[in-house]
Design a protein around this ligand. Structure first.
Ligand SMILES: [Zn+2]
Length: 107
């Protein structure tokens, strides 16, 4: 599914756990497990399709928050204080939940 944020066209794709891990550029042979990843240079979100639908939703909300920050705020947020975090969350909530609703509507 594609969507736009601040004139940037993004795509959400289902992926295997290995594909998500690969996107992280992680060559470690350990037990690290990856649920999803947002890649600004590709304007793409990968969601691990091997996890439960509830965890996929939680992961998509998380990844859409990265997407919102990259699209509207900065490529490198660094650490922020609680008030700033709450403000970003409040402003992004409806946008993120509308996209997630559309993504999961027919699943
Ligand atoms: Zn993250």
């Amino acid at each position: 599914m594609t969507f736009e944020m601040n004139n940037l066209k993004w795509i959400i794709k289902e992926a295997t756990a290995d594909e998500v891990k690969q996107e992280f550029g992680d060559n470690k042979n350990d037990d690290s497990y990856y649920y999803g990843i947002t890649t600004l240079s590709k304007q793409r979100i990968l969601i691990n399709k091997e996890i439960t639908i509830e965890k996929q939703k939680q992961t998509l909300y998380h990844e859409l928050m990265h997407c919102y920050i990259y699209s509207y705020i900065t490529d490198n947020l660094g650490s922020i204080d609680e008030e700033t975090f709450c403000d970003i969350s409040a402003k992004s909530h409806d946008i993120i939940h509308e996209i997630a609703f559309k993504y999961f509507k027919n699943r």
